[in-house]
Design a protein around this ligand. Structure first.
Ligand code: GYE
Length: 321
């Protein structure tokens, strides 16, 4: 009898210990991540979205997902909603670079940490987010510029004119892809950006703007087309075809979607700088590290590569997007 009550007491204690263990160390399933996505403007974006969502879910985080469909005001609302839900962390893939101070102050006051992914933001205070995970857009611009300077190195042509197709304004990739490109082509005094249009990273918008530029004679004298993403390059190629513009341009694009690699293989474009969308694992690991109270670097770079007509095409890995 004595033995039996001792056994019951031990069993009760073990049960209690189990409960305590559960309540102090919540399982990750109980941690909710608010993931605010910028839009659906490109195939690249769809893959990047999927990569982040899947990686977070694989780590057993509960993901609240909102897509602001390229509307900056909506995206602020989405982040506000996550704050109201008292999520455990916000993963923000922002549309615009500025305008984040007050909403991120609110997240900070609510003790909700924020991680920025892909495009970066500029804030008054550095402590409004934990880290940024994404590509070096300036390096991408420089690599695009390097292709152009190398291409013309052995040529005697006296002046080289560039037509630049920019992504949306007030975004970090647009600013930095331009800066990196300008800095690099600046090493060859013959190369100048002569025409600029904005295609908002959207194929149709770029096609419209590029067609208009053709009609206005703005392609005359142009040697190089430098476009900030593949969708816009495809738009420009559509316009060239439709307008039956018979001229061979040197074309440099960024992202490396399958469709653009196919164009590279066909000799329609010369260089495609990769922007790697598969950042999901880096994001999920960083979130995990935060909750494990491990140190997190201030900037986490995704690695990108370059594909050009200087490559052996058989070495290009299948794109899948
Ligand atoms: O290059 C483009 C997308 O933010 C870096 O946005 C990203 C860009 C990417 O829609 O295709």
């Amino acid at each position: 009898m004595k033995n039996k009550s001792f056994f019951i007491l031990v069993a009760f204690c073990l049960l209690l210990a189990g409960c305590t263990f559960n309540s102090t160390e919540p399982t990750k399933k109980e941690l909710t991540i608010g993931f605010s996505q910028a839009g659906t403007e490109s195939n690249w974006r769809k893959v990047q979205n999927q990569s982040i969502k899947e990686a977070l879910e694989k780590q057993n985080f509960q993901v609240l997902h909102r897509n602001s469909y390229s509307d900056p005001k909506q995206q602020i609302q989405d982040v506000m909603t996550f704050i109201a839900y008292q999520v455990d962390m916000i993963v923000l893939s922002p549309i615009e670079e500025t305008g984040w101070d007050s909403v991120l102050e609110e997240a900070k006051e609510a003790n909700i940490p924020v991680i920025i992914v892909d495009r970066n933001i500029t804030t008054e205070k550095q402590d409004l987010y934990l880290t940024h995970i994404g590509s070096s857009f300036k390096a991408q611009g420089s690599r695009a510029g390097l292709y152009v300077t190398n291409h013309y190195q052995q040529k005697t042509q006296e002046s080289i004119q560039v037509f630049e197709i920019r992504g949306s304004e007030n975004t970090s990739p647009t600013r930095l892809r331009s800066d990196g490109f300008l800095e690099t082509i600046g090493r060859d005094p013959r190369i100048h950006v002569r025409q600029v249009i904005t295609g908002d990273y959207i194929r149709l918008k770029a096609k419209e703007q590029f067609s208009k530029a053709i009609d206005e004679g703005k392609l005359e004298g142009i040697d190089v087309i430098y476009s900030h993403n593949d969708e816009m390059t495809l738009g420009a190629l559509d316009a060239i075809k439709e307008k039956k513009l018979e001229k061979n341009f040197v074309i440099v694009s960024i992202d490396a979607q399958k469709e653009m690699i196919d164009q590279l293989k066909k000799g329609k474009v010369n260089c495609v700088v990769e922007c790697n969308p598969f950042m999901g694992e880096l994001v999920a690991n960083t979130v995990k590290r935060y909750f494990e109270k491990k140190a997190i670097p201030q900037d986490i770079y995704v690695s990108d590569t370059v594909f050009s007509d200087q490559n052996d095409f058989s070495t290009i890995p299948p794109r899948g997007y």
